[in-house]
Each structure stands twice: as structure tokens, then as C-alpha cells.
Design a binder for this molecule. Structure first.
Ligand code: HEM
Length: 438
């Protein structure tokens, strides 16, 4: 396919399989079993190619679904996110789950190419049945869509200690619920989940379409637990990207782990063979924190104090010890205005989050801004949907514990939380999670 063309059915390879019968039933809802079984012949054209990112003029970038690692981690952070978590429904078996992951992988391999979830899709099926695809992305380009899947601790052993799917022996020792952190104000309705799906794209409609259709395919097997929309990425994950700003108006992502730092991604992001759970090698751990930001209080804070709280200057994002944005902070440097005081406050966010204060731990941050309407006091329900990928959850735990004295804490509140093991990417002709279920 040459640059400038929109992908179509002729550009892609025959798949190993189409959607399962359960997946087809999901698209129709539980009541339409007869029609669904009759419609199965319409499926089964596409599978993702294993090629590297392709750029289509005017249509955004396309990332392959298959590969060593799942896309959506070191992939340059897109502009939008729709994140969803699911609980497995009672009655779903281990085999059903494996089949669901195959269905989700199949559909995702099409979605990332800008295609419908099936060959008959939104408008090519029987006029007597609901369409396989909901249709709101018809005609939209791939928009750099990535779809990333994760498995929560409760998938292995649920809250009552039950091993529902015979997976307990495969639970990575590090995949446990996060400890309680000081200041946590977590809402269980915005926390946890047996499974998670992160859909990121440069077009919000494309990301929402992906989650909506994957949820539909999962009907009867999983149920949506909570979901989060986000805009305006708050990190750069590639040196090719400019550093964006969060809702406090500061550049966010300056000192992030970047895709081009391959020795850092090996050391800090990807689970290696021998780390504990062999099926997870090439994967990662994802921590999500929904952080409410008290932006109305923040907006009344003097600029000088805002900068002191973060430890960086607001315009350029440079450390208060001097230099330009990417200069290393010097925590020993003295303030030029306040005699005997450090230029970077020891309780500023950057001082406490910096690797030198955390035994060298670094995180790959991939968060997004959110505004979910407003509260009854007329304040915007706004914040940062913080996402970080790391080789070991201990990296996040260590930094978050260090942030217990963060000056920023007066203006933020953690209201949602979750942790998931992120399996490696699907091999060509395989599915995400095959190393665990296969
Ligand atoms: C609403 C909450 C938060 C805001 C507004 C915020 C904002 C910022 C800003 C402006 C920077 C400096 C620029 C940069 O290097 O990216 C930064 C750095 C950083 N933040 Fe946050 N952050 C928040 C929450 C968190 C959380 C929960 C963690 C992890 C537990 C975290 C970990 C880090 C790390 C590791 C750095 C880089 C420090 C360095 O190496 O210099 N942040 N954050």
C-alpha cells in the first residue's frame, strides 16, 4: 500500500480466524442467537500485518497490532484516550476467556487499520440483523489507533480468594493490589477490574469506537466496570514529540522515559525473561491513577509558588536550578533570591519524583487530561488520568510513597486506581494473552 491510500480489504492478509460464535452473539445481544449463528459466514477477511508504522497522507498514522510488545506503550503518545476496565461475568469459563481474547485480537487487528470489526461491518451485512460494527468510524482513517490489553490481579484470584479460571499458579508475584497511599480517596467504582483495554488515537471518535465495539463483542462474557475519556496527552513518549502541558499549565513529560532510550526501556519498562512470570516476558505492568486536580484553588496560587511546588519554571519547563527544559535538575544548587535555601524545594514534585530520590526508579508516563463535567459547587471535575508503565510495580510504589510529602498534594486527590499485567504483543496469526492461555 502506498502512502496516501486509505487501507481497504485488498491490502490485508487472510486471518487465522474470524470472530467466534460467542463473539458474534455479543454483537447482537443475548436475545438474537438464531440470527447470529446464521450470520457467521460473513466474517473472516482481515488480520494485521506485522509491518512498522505506516503514514497515510491526510489520514494519520497506522501502527501494526502484532509485534514483540503491544502497541500503545512506547508508541508516541496520541492525543486522546478511551480507557475501559471489565469484570468477567459469572459462568464464563477459561476457554470462553481465551476465545474472547482471540475475538478481541481479531477485531483490534482490523480496527487499527481503520477497518470495521468484521468484513460485513457497519453496512455490508444483512438488512434484517443489527450491523456487526456500530458505524461511527466509517470513513475515518486509522488515526494512530493502538489497543492495549491488560490482566488485573483479580483475574488470577478474585476478591474472595477463588481461582475462577485455573490461573492462580500463573499469577506474577508482583501483580498484587497496590498498597494504600497517604491521601488516597479512592472510589471503588473507579478502581480495579479483571481486564483493561487502553485505546489511544488522534481522533476521539476512533478511540471511543474501538472501546464501544470491543465491549459489544464481550457481551455475555465480560461487563464494563468503569471507563475514562482523556484528551491532551500529558506526556511525551518519544523524543520526536514536543512536551505537552497538563491542566496546571506546566510542561509534563520532560524527564519521561522515551521510546528512543532503548536501554532505559529495557531496564525500566519491559518485563524480562527470569523476572518472575515467563508468560509476561516482553510485557509490562500498568498502573492507572485517576487524579482529581483542584484547579480552582490552584489558579489562585502565585506563579512563583506554583513553580516552587513543581520545581520547574512554568514557561520553559526548565528546572529551577537553571538551564533549559532538558537540563538535569541540580538539587544542591542554592536559590539566588532566598539565601541558604535550595533552588529546588526538597518537597517539590520533581525533587521527590526524581530517580535519585527513588533508588534509580523511572516510569514511562502516558497520562491524559480529563474534564468530567463539574461538581455541585460549580468546580470542574478535572484532573490527570495518570498511567505509567514499568517493569516492576515496585517502581511506581516507591515513587508514589516518596510523593507523600509532595507540595502538590494540597491541590490533588487520587480518586481511582488499578494495576494490570500487560502481556507481550500478539505474534503473527496469534492473539494477545496466548502466552498465558495458550
Ligand atoms: C495530578 C498529578 C500530577 C501532576 C500535575 C504532575 C506533574 C508533573 C510535572 C509538571 C512534572 C515535570 C515535568 C516532567 O519531567 O515530566 C512531573 C514529573 C514527574 N512526575 Fe508527575 N505529576 C503528577 C502525578 C504524578 C504521579 C502520581 C507520579 C508517580 C507516582 C508522578 C511521577 C513523576 C515523575 C517520575 C516525574 C519525573 C521526575 C524527574 O525525573 O525529574 N507524577 N510531574
Amino acid at each position: 500500500m502506498s502512502a496516501g491510500e486509505t487501507p481497504n480489504e485488498h491490502d490485508i492478509e487472510e486471518p487465522a480466524r474470524g470472530l467466534s460464535r460467542r463473539g458474534l452473539l455479543g454483537l447482537l445481544g443475548a436475545g438474537a442467537a438464531g440470527i447470529a449463528a446464521g450470520g457467521a459466514g460473513g466474517f473472516g477477511i482481515a488480520a494485521a500485518t506485522g509491518a512498522s508504522a505506516t503514514s497515510h497522507a491526510g489520514s494519520g498514522t497506522q501502527y501494526p497490532f502484532n509485534g514483540e510488545h503491544q502497541a500503545g506503550i512506547v508508541t508516541p503518545a496520541q492525543d486522546r484516550i478511551h480507557f475501559a476496565t471489565f469484570d468477567v461475568r459469572e459462568g464464563t469459563t477459561r476457554e470462553d476467556l481465551a476465545e474472547l481474547l482471540q475475538d478481541w485480537s481479531y477485531a483490534s487487528s482490523r480496527l487499527v487499520q481503520g477497518l470495521d470489526v468484521s468484513a460485513s461491518g457497519a453496512v455490508g451485512g444483512s438488512p434484517l440483523a443489527p450491523p456487526d460494527d456500530t458505524g461511527e468510524a466509517l470513513g475515518l482513517p486509522p488515526s494512530a489507533l493502538t489497543i492495549t490489553f491488560g490482566f488485573g490481579p483479580t483475574l488470577f484470584v478474585d476478591g474472595d480468594g477463588v481461582d475462577r479460571f485455573g490461573l492462580a499458579s500463573k499469577q506474577p508475584a508482583k501483580l498484587t493490589q497496590l498498597p494504600r497511599f497517604s491521601g488516597d480517596a479512592l472510589d471503588s467504582a473507579l478502581s480495579g477490574g479483571d481486564l483493561c483495554i487502553q485505546a489511544c488515537a488522534d481522533d476521539p471518535q476512533v478511540a471511543v469506537h474501538a472501546i464501544r465495539n470491543l465491549t459489544r463483542i464481550g457481551f455475555g462474557r465480560v461487563i464494563l466496570r468503569w471507563s475514562q475519556l482523556g484528551f491532551g496527552r500529558t506526556s511525551s513518549t518519544s523524543t520526536s514529540q514536543a512536551t505537552p502541558r497538563n491542566l496546571f499549565g506546566f510542561k509534563d513529560g520532560t524527564a519521561n522515559v522515551k521510546a528512543e532510550e532503548t536501554s532505559a526501556t529495557t531496564e525500566h519498562v519491559w518485563v524480562a525473561p527470569g523476572d518472575g512470570a515467563d508468560w509476561l516476558a516482553g510485557g509490562s505492568y500498568l498502573v492507572a491513577r485517576r487524579i482529581r486536580m483542584m484547579i480552582e484553588s490552584w489558579d489562585r496560587v502565585r506563579l512563583e509558588e506554583q513553580e516552587q511546588i513543581i520545581g520547574r519554571d512554568k514557561r520553559a519547563g526548565a528546572p529551577l536550578s537553571g538551564g533549559e527544559e532538558f537540563a538535569e535538575p541540580d538539587f544542591a544548587a542554592e536559590s539566588s533570591t532566598t539565601f541558604g535555601q535550595p533552588a529546588i524545594d526538597a518537597n517539590s514534585h520533581v525533587a521527590l519524583a526524581h530517580p535519585t530520590k527513588n533508588a534509580g526508579a523511572r516510569l514511562l508516563r502516558r497520562g491524559y487530561n480529563f474534564v468530567d463535567g463539574n461538581d455541585e459547587l460549580g468546580r470542574l471535575n478535572a484532573g490527570l488520568f495518570f498511567l505509567s508503565y514499568q517493569r516492576d510495580p515496585e517502581q511506581f510504589i516507591r515513587v508514589q510513597q516518596s510523593l507523600s510529602t509532595d507540595l502538590l498534594n494540597e491541590y490533588i486527590k487520587h480518586t481511582g486506581s488499578g494495576i494490570w499485567a500487560i502481556p507481550p504483543g500478539a505474534r503473527e496469526g496469534g492473539y494477545v494473552g496466548e502466552t498465558l492461555f495458550g
